[in-house]
Design a protein around this ligand. Structure first.
Ligand SMILES: [Zn+2]
Length: 172
């Protein structure tokens, strides 16, 4: 297993729509292992393949608290098939937007259909932090970031800050 570099905004790849996975094979299994390693190392509670520059519909998530046993969850080609009318608000962050946090309101509970890492269909009923995390990660597969759910003023400020930092890194 190896950790992979996580891309950050304003990398245009983060705006790309990821393509469905057609084969659950050994290469995919290796990618899933690497994604868990990268996520735990970061550390984070969710990672979409596009964040390691692989535009495929794949997520890994582990919302277990510190000190609790690990609960690694893999979602291949996830699809939200139901969202609750009830909404909840969490302070979200993103490994691709380091050190920035903002409150985002989303449906409080969702049902997701996907494949597990064996390629078997799984239905996941999620609420609480898992529901928020799943929606945040599924957004990534559609090129959407959590800052798209906050005010344009705040979003523009964040993007400007990261664009400036990227230019500084490139020596521009
Ligand atoms: Zn994210």
């Amino acid at each position: 297993m190896t950790t992979k570099p996580i891309i950050i905004i304003p990398d245009p790849l983060l705006r790309q729509v990821s393509q469905p996975i057609e084969r659950v094979d050994e290469d995919l299994s290796r990618l899933i292992d690497d994604m868990f390693e990268t996520m735990y190392d970061a550390p984070g509670i969710g990672l979409a393949a596009i964040q390691v520059a692989v535009p495929r519909r794949l997520l890994v998530i582990d919302v277990a608290r510190e000190g609790e046993p690990k609960q690694p969850l893999t979602f291949i080609n996830p699809e939200i098939i139901h969202s609750s009318d009830a909404r909840s608000t969490y302070e979200e962050g993103c490994l691709s937007i380091p050190d920035y946090y903002a409150e985002v309101e989303r449906p409080a509970a969702i049902t997701v259909r996907s494949l597990d890492r064996e390629g078997k269909e799984q239905i996941t009923e999620a609420d609480g932090l898992l529901a928020t995390c799943l929606q945040h990660e599924i957004d990534h597969l559609n090129g959407t970031l959590f800052i798209d759910h906050i005010s344009k003023l705040k979003r523009d400020m964040v993007i400007k800050k990261f664009t400036k930092a990227a230019k500084a890194r490139a020596g521009l």
